[in-house]
Design a protein around this ligand. Structure first.
Ligand code: UDP
Length: 252
């Protein structure tokens, strides 16, 4: 049987949310099953998200994160933790992947991560609006062996692993492995909560993988970009409530 893919997506109501969730959902629908899409919102489950998920035709769980948070820089951190706790509590056995709603994913990506045995990592294409150029973040590989990292200005040297949130996936058994790389006391779930912006990925990975020798670069030689992280701001756009037209014939 095919390995279960567990895709974790934090989301929130904003102008392009329906567009993002439809786009990602339709990709997941085309991926070979089984796929479980865990979509997590803050505070309450919104009607809009529930509606999209119900009609998507993808197996899903719609979770709510109730942790109090006033920090706008969190950008999905607590929501991802809620999903990890859910996976751990129910001992869901599969490959876990953090897929933000606004990124672009190829089908190949999902086929590739299914082959991961412990921890897989790959380069992600970033399209930065301001710099008007594409940059890469992720591993440099020799075969499937990770031998170095593509870096960008934001990530210069301080970070141990130069990986984007959408550039790695791992076997869920790591979450409850008592001998997690000889670090049985560290708890990736709680730790992910406390780290500052820009360090979430590396802090998380440092707790579940000892070093590059335990990583699988995919696809072998990491020669191909399989997903893209756009930094597009939706600020200033109008959010049409729920995408429902109340006054059909009301022309202004
Ligand atoms: N997100 C969220 N609540 C927020 C901000 C972000 O749920 O207040 C989600 C968002 O929908 C996306 C992920 O967290 O799935 C990453 O957000 P964003 O792309 O804005 O962050 P960036 O990747 O640009 O740092």
């Amino acid at each position: 049987p095919q390995k279960l893919l567990i895709v974790i997506t934090p989301t929130y109501n904003r102008a392009l949310q329906a567009y993002y969730l439809n786009r990602l959902g339709q990709v997941l629908r085309l991926v070979k099953q089984p796929v479980l899409w865990i979509v997590v919102e803050m505070d309450a489950a919104s009607m809009e998200t529930a509606d999209i998920l119900r009609n998507m035709g993808v197996m899903y769980r719609h979770l709510v994160c109730t942790k109090n948070s006033t920090d706008t820089k969190d950008r999905g951190v607590h929501q991802r933790n809620t999903a990890l706790e859910h996976i751990e509590r129910h001992r869901l056995d599969g490959i876990v992947y953090f897929a933000d709603d606004d990124n672009i994913y190829s089908l190949d990506l999902f086929e590739s991560i299914r082959g991961i045995s412990r921890f897989g990592v790959w380069p992600v294409g970033m399209l930065a609006q301001s710099k008007n150029k594409a940059i890469l973040e992720g591993p440099v590989c020799n075969g499937s062996q990770v031998i170095g990292w593509h870096t960008n200005e934001k990530s210069k040297s301080v970070r141990r692993f130069h990986v984007d949130m959408s550039g790695f996936a791992f076997n869920s058994t790591i979450l409850w492995d008592p001998n997690r790389w000889q670090r049985p006391t560290s708890d990736p779930i709680r730790q992910l909560d406390t780290v500052k912006e820009g360090f979430q990925e590396t802090t998380f990975i440092e707790q579940i993988v000892e070093d590059e020798s335990h990583m699988e670069g995919i696809p072998p030689s990491c020669y191909r970009i399989m997903n893209w992280h756009l930094h597009l701001e939706a600020r200033g756009l109008v959010y049409p409530k729920g995408w429902m037209l109340q006054k059909n014939l009301d022309v202004v």
